[in-house]
Design a protein around this ligand. Structure first.
Ligand SMILES: Cc1ncc(COP(=O)(O)O)c(C=O)c1O
Length: 390
């Protein structure tokens, strides 16, 4: 079959492949513990659900402004003022069906085939997928375990060339849980300004930070010149299936991204957008309770992983991911991830799903019950002992 060169390089997300295999095993009666999916195990709060139901009942079911309804964009502007200390103009804000499409929309609007994109390695698979689909050149900056996987400005500087169009950063990070320090964020914002290149800051886990603080590089230009900030509702408000996210950037870029959004999805469902207003303006105790729950789980899973023969795991400061080094097992990432699923029923993702630098690591999403975490730790320990690891 004839397929376009773009179709031939599409990558998608590895998570869906592992999830499909885990579900297949479940259908055969296996007891599977899910650590592969990066989503909260909490239900969306009722006040948010009720806002969507009310909007549906009021007939908020038609096409709306492609960039997002003004009330939600105003709520986002106020949210950014509260959390990032600057207030973006309404036409700097684009609402879309999740933060994920914003990655593609932004890259497609700012870079041409062959131009270079600097990104952390390992990093979120959608970055790789969007870069490949658009025909850009990924330039991987290894994030080092000895630096708690934080992206370092000196390392970034080494990879700059005359073809660099954009630097991508993601703090708190998927898959490592690393949170960048104020100095590192500043350092990268300064590089972007000096070199006059774009800076893409994925801040989807900004509300899930434990013993650190979240910093944005947008303080420098308030998203007027080069900084493109994305955030959304999936992780903070347990709304992954609702598909609602947003991007803040320079007006001219946002208006082009809006045209791309119109081309592909027309607009974001209005009743979903009303739920977003409630999420941002309604009670926030859900977010802090969820964060405290994740902290408890982190404080069980990390010491637990560190006791497993062949495993070694840094303490993540944000998101809900553990990224243990499994080199001591003598196995490759793919191999151990598959073995854990097939032999113990523990579904994880191989580190290589996040880039070449993920070799030697696997990712656990610990947004799952404490009971499952403890059970998984036991199952993996037993298997490693059986295999004589350590
Ligand atoms: C770093 C990162 N950015 C963006 C997204 C996409 O989020 P959304 O559900 O809003 O599309 C995810 C989801 O896993 C993520 O981990």
């Amino acid at each position: 079959m004839y397929l376009s060169s773009m179709a031939k390089v599409l990558l998608g997300q590895a998570m869906f492949k592992v999830l499909a295999r885990a579900k297949e095993l479940e259908c055969k009666g296996r007891d599977i513990l899910h650590f592969e999916i990066g989503e909260p195990d909490f239900d969306t709060p009722d006040n948010i659900k009720n806002a969507a139901i009310k909007a549906l009942r009021e007939g908020k079911t038609n096409y709306v402004n492609a960039a997002g309804i003004p009330e939600l964009r105003e709520a986002i502007s106020e949210e950014i003022e509260k959390t990032r200390s600057f207030k973006p103009a309404i036409d700097q804000i684009l609402v879309g069906p999740g933060a994920n499409p914003m990655i593609y929309f932004a890259l497609a609007c700012i870079a041409d085939k062959g131009e270079e994109v600097i990104l952390p390695d390992p990093g979120f698979p959608s970055y790789h997928a969007a870069i490949a689909a658009i025909g850009l050149k990924p330039i991987y900056v290894p994030v080092k375990e000895e630096n708690d996987f934080r992206l370092n400005p000196d390392d970034v500087a080494e990879f700059l060339t005359s073809k660099t169009r954009i630097i991508m950063m993601n703090s708190p990070n998927n898959p490592t849980g690393a949170v960048m320090s104020r100095e590192d964020v500043r350092g990268i914002a300064e590089i972007a300004e000096d070199k006059n290149i774009y800076l893409f800051s994925d801040e989807i886990y900004s509300k899930l930070v434990y013993d650190a603080e979240h910093y944005t590089p947008a303080y420098k230009d308030e998203c007027n010149e080069r900084t493109i900030l994305i955030d959304g509702f999936s992780k903070s408000y347990a709304m992954t299936g609702w598909r609602l996210g947003y991007c803040i950037g320079p007006k001219e870029l946002i208006s082009k991204m809006e045209l791309l959004l119109q081309t592909i999805v027309s607009c974001t469902p209005p009743f979903i957008q009303y739920s977003g207003i409630e999420a941002l303006k309604g009670r926030q105790d859900f977010v802090s309770n969820m964060r405290e729950d994740y902290r408890k789980r982190r404080d069980i899973i990390i010491p637990g992983l560190n006791k497993i023969p062949g495993f070694k795991c840094v303490y993540p400061q944000g998101a809900f991911y553990a990224f243990p080094n499994i080199k001591g097992t003598g196995m490759k990432s793919d191999e151990i991830s598959e073995l854990l699923l097939e032999k113990t029923g523990v579904a994880t993702l191989p580190g290589t799903a996040f880039g070449p630098g993920g070799e030697g690591y696997i990712r656990f999403s610990y947004a799952t019950s404490l009971e499952d975490i403890k059970d998984a730790l036991k199952r993996i320990t037993n298997l490693m002992e059986e295999l004589g690891v350590g």
